[in-house]
Design a protein around this ligand. Sequence first.
Ligand SMILES: *Cc1c(COP(=O)(O)O)cnc(C)c1O
Length: 424
Amino acid sequence: LRTVDKIAAPISPSADTARALDAADPLRAYRERFVLPEGIIYLDGNSLGALPRVVAERIDACVRQAWGRDLITSWNKARWVDLPQRIGARIERLVGGEPRSIVVGDSTSINLFKVLAAALRLRPDRKIIVSERQNFPTDLYIAEGLAALIGKGHRLRLADTSDELASVIDTDTAVVMLTHVNYRTGAMHDMAELTTLCHEAGALAIWDLAHTAGAVPVELSATGADFAVGCGYKYLNGGPGAPAFVYVSPKWQAKVTQPLSGWFGHVRPFAFEPGFVPAQGIDRFLCGTPPVLSMLALEAALEIWEDIDLAAVREKSKRLTDFFIAAVEHLCTGHDLALASPRDPEARGSQVSFSLPEIGYPLMQALIDRGVIGDFRAPDIVRFGFAPLYVGYMDAWQAAEILAEILNTREWDKPEFKRRAAVT
Ligand SMILES: *Cc1c(COP(=O)(O)O)cnc(C)c1O
């Protein structure tokens, strides 16, 4: 980290600067731990993390031995039964959770349902769930569905802008449910400040860390967050549809229950009792049988983080995104492309978004066709994720060069780039 600090913030973006920054990158060696196809610049690790090399052998070993030969005995023998807690412990370090505050399983959407229900049970006299209109839609949809299910008049109150949040949190607010890093713009909330604001109003704070875990170190414990959820397949590289995580502050673990009271959340799942008795602590936030193959992939991916200095990850993420912004603005002059992410790296997660009215979608398809993989988010955002463990400064420079070429030649203006696929 110290070596990088000697180089001034990238002022004159060029291939030479990129080379120098890559050479001084303390995380450079981690790139080798991932499978990165030749000819591809992968800037979508915020949507689906790249494949860690170790995953294939781990899954293969499971299929051949633990599942293939040892069959059901592997629940004990290979400790499959402990996977939710074991993997949770690895995530605790990345997000500043206390020991035994996180378990892994289900999806982010489902975990959000559990913690939101749990939080609402802790504030029975209040009916308002505060969030943002710009939040990732599944979070809002889950809140809507849960409110309808409870049927006691709970409703969502949405702030139109982040600045408006302070004024919409009041003494009717049961829960404030926010995503720490905005999926579209990469704008980042001050978790400590908003959690305090929320507690001052007597409400509980739920943080969605989908675009945070593995990119921006946070301190759930120190900030006093009540609940959190997050994604396994983005910066944690757990693979498509990887299980998600759920955090419950130790101050609530013995006091709350959640409605998806499946047998893995029971105090004695193998006693097969007809009545539900919640497990001690965080385990009561589990529901059913863990998806072992997906869990093993995520566990292997998380081992990479074991001795990584999280401050170095954040430092690289800020420099890399700064460098990309500078490169794009230097190379793409004269085009209608506006930075949609905060310019201040302290207020930004590990992605850079530009708004391109009209041409965003075909432009991204043209980029992908040239091997630069980012993604498009309706209505006008092209989004580039910078996973600090495997993306380098030369990737950023080359991506900016290709982007400039496509804009200059109007390569995006081809019919094949305008056909919308199901997943953008
Ligand atoms: C990616 C993402 C999710 C994904 O939820 P799933 O249940 O895994 O589909 C949820 N919330 C936010 C903020 C996200 O960015």
